[in-house]
Design a protein around this ligand. Structure first.
Ligand SMILES: [Zn+2]
Length: 345
């Protein structure tokens, strides 16, 4: 291709993008003028103020209260199960929003649900069932405590994870370091997270114990990172406006699992939620937002009515009920919340 053709092709490609963006904006403006907003599902994890929060999973109680207040004025907050049913029936409601929490942290019971109740807003909580009794299930919190909260880490980390050797020099400022083994604490945290995520539970526990020994600490979780207990979950399920959904037993990345294990994670977590709450569980959230065709099919075959992803957009008219999109909300004040969440098109 000649340089002139290249420029023309690039211009045409850019024009295509620009035309598409302009059309999307016009369509969205048209929907806004007509008072028609597509359904929006929000994803939260925690309400609290942790010391470190590398994945931005926590929203402060003040910001959360303000966000829900803004949302109640801008949209009708509806139960997710009702919204999913309307979408399945091809009758998307105007201007609806649903609020969800993933994982089943205790601070949702302590801090988030009282705010939702005060504002008369329904909420769905997707629970990782083994975390109710095993605090090591939320392993990412243990990892962040070891890597980001230990006051002084040893400089050299040589570790074997899943049969591979890794060697790093941990430094506060990796950009100035001369060695190509140099890595910042934050980069180390995210690198280790990526390595630990696909491991089996016992392999991950072993790796976390090695890391804890290296850091001069142990592999226990922080108390404030605990999941809700059985009785808290039972009480939550009995609260008006609160629905419970399943989020697997051990929070694996589902597309990595073999079929038996995949089916067990989905069905057993649903069954445990139903046994504890005494209510039918109709919804499912994919851990880490990871799913593929087989995963979505397995959730449907398990008898669920819907499943939520982390695809960040509003729900279009022909949305698959087992691929419902959700918009992640972080610890944003009013301006950022309006700009990022309420302007989704
Ligand atoms: Zn999760």
């Amino acid at each position: 291709m000649l340089p002139g053709d290249c420029r023309r092709a690039r211009f045409q490609a850019m024009s295509g993008v620009t035309v598409h963006q302009t059309l999307s904006k016009l369509l969205r403006r048209g929907r806004l003028l007509a008072g028609y907003n597509r359904p929006l599902v929000l994803m939260y994890h925690r309400v609290g103020e942790p010391l470190v929060d590398p994945w931005e999973l926590s929203v402060s109680p003040q910001n959360f209260a303000r966000q829900i207040e803004i949302l109640t004025k801008a949209r009708d907050i509806v139960p997710l199960q009702w919204l999913a049913q309307r979408l399945r029936d091809g009758k998307p409601p105007r201007n609806a929003a649903a609020v969800t929490f993933d994982d089943g942290y205790a601070d949702v019971v302590q801090n988030a649900v009282p705010i939702m109740l005060r504002m008369n807003a329904p909420v769905t909580v997707f629970v990782t069932t083994h975390a109710l009794t095993d605090p090591s299930v939320f392993w990412w919190d243990i990892l962040s405590r070891i890597t980001l909260e230990t006051p002084a880490l040893p400089e050299r980390l040589a570790i074997q994870i899943a049969g591979r050797n890794y060697d790093w020099l941990v430094t506060e400022d990796a950009t100035r370091a001369k060695s190509n083994l140099a890595i910042s604490r934050t980069a180390l945290h995210f690198g280790l997270h990526a390595l630990l995520k696909p491991l089996r539970v016992h392999e991950r526990k072993r790796a976390l114990q090695q890391l804890a020994r290296w850091a001069g600490t142990d592999a226990s979780p922080r108390t404030r990172d605990r999941a809700m207990t059985h009785s808290e979950l039972r009480h939550l399920a009995d609260t008006d406006g609160v629905s419970i959904g399943a989020h697997t037993c051990t929070h694996p990345s589902l597309p990595l699992l073999k079929r038996d294990n995949l089916e067990r994670e989905i069905s057993a977590s649903r069954q445990q939620c139903e046994e504890i709450t005494g209510r039918r569980v109709a919804g499912f959230a994919y851990p880490f937002g990871d799913f593929d065709d087989s995963t979505a099919k397995a959730v449907r075959s398990a008898g669920m009515d819907y499943a939520v992803t982390t695809l960040p957009r509003e729900a279009g008219p022909r949305v698959d009920p087992f691929r419902l999109p959700r918009v992640t909300v972080a610890d944003w004040g009013e301006i950022e919340f309006r700009r990022t969440v309420l302007c989704h098109g």
